[in-house]
Design a protein around this ligand. Structure first.
Ligand code: GLA
Length: 719
């Protein structure tokens, strides 16, 4: 755990740490394997270490101090690099000096500890508190800060980072995730050169679409899945973010993360607190695979609601019907959901709007009443029909948005974000509601609350957000427009919190024009997320691979659809690596394909606990191979599931066995190829055999893959 070596413990310390140089001037924040250490020097709190926790904590006392590595660097006094915080005081002074006042460590429970470091400007009533929440078992640290003052009038915050960390290496290798609609989370690697590298977003309603707030920094050389020193970090914020990497004159790397200060000066009133979002990080000396497993374990326990509880398989109608459906068509789809054996039917976009019916994406957003023509008996009837068939019913909403063709647009023009004296600017024919306005927050909460109150049987919501800000103007904020990006997200979180307080266990999917909104600011309110509107399984291998670095399989909704000219088996095998769903025209399938899917759904329900709660090992990267392979291993190592894919068969390629990881070398595992179409036998020589974990991790299994878009899945269980 962490420990601030404080005066109160002096007697204890003299007994055990008598040889320390200045132990009372140290703050040690540590988890089982990760440590972040500060020393207090001339009233400055300076980072002296970030890395794998040292076996002997005494060693930190010997670490040298570097004056520039401030725990939260300020602008204006001797700092020549980007500052974590830059402010203009009420009297116009643009400088800040943050000196150490006190620190405190508290054990919240067996796993979690919270360290706070209190800093203050000696010349101004301006203070910052740094928070470090350490998750011992998961090796994850969450870091954020609060800013307050008692000056005579507002202080302008220009830069207001969540965290500042330093690394010390010969060189630094960045792994980042880039994308666009339909090609989310594409992994990119580069070596950082001197100067500043910024990864940011200015999208307003969401963090990622082009760039994700997730990254790895490998020290000295590029890390692999199993080797290398690597820091993995991500910002928990559902709006504009900035990750800034700067190599200083001594080749140390400064990492500043937080809300993007772009166009966001914040006028902080006296005696009010500005709280930054959390930066979440882990550190591994064993490559990216271990970092992922740390974050996944943390996410299941703390980053997602019910992260250790089952999810529902489902049939969604979006790619089957788009807006073109009616009650009868839906009832038929309910029958098909039942026939496939999934847990739920999810009704997507197009069910609402009367005066302005939602028959395409031009109209209806904002008018959340069932369309009487399509659904004459209403939502209650659908819920009942689904329930009668023994399946659950879920529904799509996009409550933050409005089409100009809607009653809402005409009734509440002052609730809409748009620039004065300029034409309205549409994305997908819609505008963003002004969530800075508490009345709009009530309305947005009311969309979900009314549906749940009127139809308590609704078992699932898909919450979509299909546009970004382009014209950021909040009528509610009046002259204070530079707060718009921040107040929108704060307003959104207020709504999410209200939803979760009232419906703590309601399953909800986070969606944003595909995977535009996948971050740990929003995910604590959502049980799962939609990674991409691109459901072509070949592309999905890369997209899901990218997300897998920071988000656990239990939260990743992967659907089998009509997209891509590949076998049902390949589509199933790709979707089964996450949370399985379907969004396809069952009528177009051959009877044997339907039978195969029915069996696959049963298979999935059987292996899902390993996928959902197990540890992920990425074995063969599609970025480096013509194959891809990954596996999940149950925590007790009694069971594992291995997914293998052949993306592109190359002439003359000699496919080596896939070497497994994470098993117990001493245990004997029965290997079974599963998810085979009716009547097909496995061609894997190891299938049906019982082999040791040792054998499987050193020799491996021969995945029988033939032809582009082929796949094989294996279940391993201890005999
Ligand atoms: C977004 C989502 C899709 C679907 C449509 C409906 O694009 O990503 O899954 O829900 O909206 O309009």
């Amino acid at each position: 755990m962490f420990r601030k070596i404080a005066t109160a413990s002096f007697f204890f310390l003299t007994m055990y740490f008598i040889s320390y140089a200045q132990p009372k001037d140290m703050i040690v924040i540590n988890t089982q394997h990760v440590a972040l250490v500060f020393k207090i020097d001339h009233q400055q709190v300076l980072q002296v270490y970030l890395g794998e926790a040292l076996k002997n904590e005494d060693s930190y006392a010997a670490m040298p101090v570097t004056g520039s590595l401030q725990s939260y660097s300020t602008y204006g006094i001797a700092n020549l690099f980007t500052a974590a915080i830059r402010v203009t005081h009420a009297d116009g002074n643009p400088s800040l000096n943050l000196e150490y006042v006190s620190s405190h460590s508290e054990k919240i429970n067996d796993d979690i500890s919270l360290t706070t470091i209190h800093l203050k400007d000696p010349a101004y009533p301006f203070e910052v508190t740094l928070f470090y929440k350490a998750y011992f078992k998961e090796d994850v640290i969450e870091q954020w800060s609060t800013i307050r003052h008692q000056e005579s009038s507002p202080v302008t915050l220009h830069e207001f980072a969540s965290s500042e960390l330093y690394l010390n290496a010969k060189n630094y290798h960045l792994t980042q995730f880039h994308g666009d609609w339909g090609e989310e989370m594409q992994m990119q690697n580069s070596e950082l050169s001197s100067g500043i590298k910024v990864i940011d977003s200015k999208l307003g309603t969401r963090a990622d679409k082009y760039d994700s707030p997730c990254f790895f920094i490998s020290l000295d050389k590029a890390s692999t899945e199993t080797s290398g020193h690597v820091l993995a970090g991500t910002l928990a914020w559902t709006g504009n973010f900035r990750l800034l990497f700067e190599i200083d004159n001594q080749d140390k790397l400064h990492i500043i993360s937080g809300i993007n200060p772009y166009a966001s000066e914040f006028y902080l009133k006296p005696d009010t607190t500005f709280t930054t979002p959390a930066f979440i990080f882990t550190y591994s000396n064993h490559g990216k695979g271990q970092a992922t497993r740390n974050i996944d374990r943390w996410a299941r326990q703390y980053g997602l609601p019910d992260g250790n509880k089952p999810r529902m398989t489902l049939l969604n109608n979006w790619e089957t019907t788009y807006f073109d459906f009616n009650q009868d068509k839906l009832l038929h789809l309910f029958d098909q959901a039942k026939e496939l054996g999934v847990d739920m039917f999810l009704l997507d976009d197009g069910w609402f709007g009367n005066q302005y019916p939602r028959n395409n994406d031009h109209a209806g957003l904002g008018d959340w009443q069932a369309n009487k023509k399509k659904l004459p008996d209403g939502i209650g009837y659908l819920v009942k029909q689904a329930t009668d068939r023994g399946i659950k019913f879920g529904i799509w909403i996009e409550p933050e948005m409005v089409n100009p063709q809607s009653d809402l647009y005409h009734e509440h023009p002052d609730w809409i974000m748009r620039l004065p004296n300029r034409p309205e600017n549409y994305q997908r024919n819609q505008l963003v509601l002004d969530l800075a306005n508490p009345k709009v927050q009530d309305f947005v909460f009311g969309v979900i609350d009314s549906l749940k109150t009127d139809y308590p049987g609704i078992a699932y919501f898909k919450w979509d957000c299909n546009r970004t800000f382009t014209d950021p103007y909040s009528p509610y904020l009046g002259k204070n427009q530079s707060a718009v990006y921040i107040e929108y997200v704060e307003g959104l979180y207020k709504v999410f919190k209200r939803v979760r307080e009232k419906y703590p266990h309601l399953p909800m999917m986070l969606c944003s024009g595909g995977g535009g909104r996948v971050d740990y600011g929003a995910l604590p309110y959502f049980t799962e997320f939609w990674p991409s509107d691109n459901t072509n399984p070949m592309d999905r291998i890369f997209i899901q691979w990218g997300y897998s670095y920071f988000f656990p399989a239990i939260a990743m909704c992967d659907h089998v659809t009509g997209s891509g000219n590949y076998s049902i088996k390949f589509k199933l095998d790709v979707a089964m690596m996450g949370k399985l769903g379907f969004d396809m025209r069952i009528n177009d399938l051959k009877p044997e394909e339907v039978t195969f899917i029915q069996k696959a759904v049963k298979t999935y329900h059987h292996i899902a606990p390993v996928i959902w709660y197990g540890d992920l090992y990425r074995l063969l990267s599609p970025y480096k191979n013509s194959r891809a392979a990954l596996m999940y291993v149950a925590e007790n190592k009694q069971r594992a599931v291995v997914f293998t894919y052949l993306l592109h068969q190359k002439l003359g390629d000699n496919y080596t066995p896939v070497r497994l990881q994470g098993l117990d070398a001493d245990k004997m595992y029965r290997i079974e190829e599963i998810n085979l179409p009716e009547g097909q036998q496995s061609h894997c020589p190891e299938s049906g055999k019982i082999l040791s974990g040792d054998y499987l991790m050193n020799e491996g299994i021969h995945a029988p893959l033939h032809g582009d878009g082929s796949s094989a899945v294996f279940e391993l269980s201890v005999e």
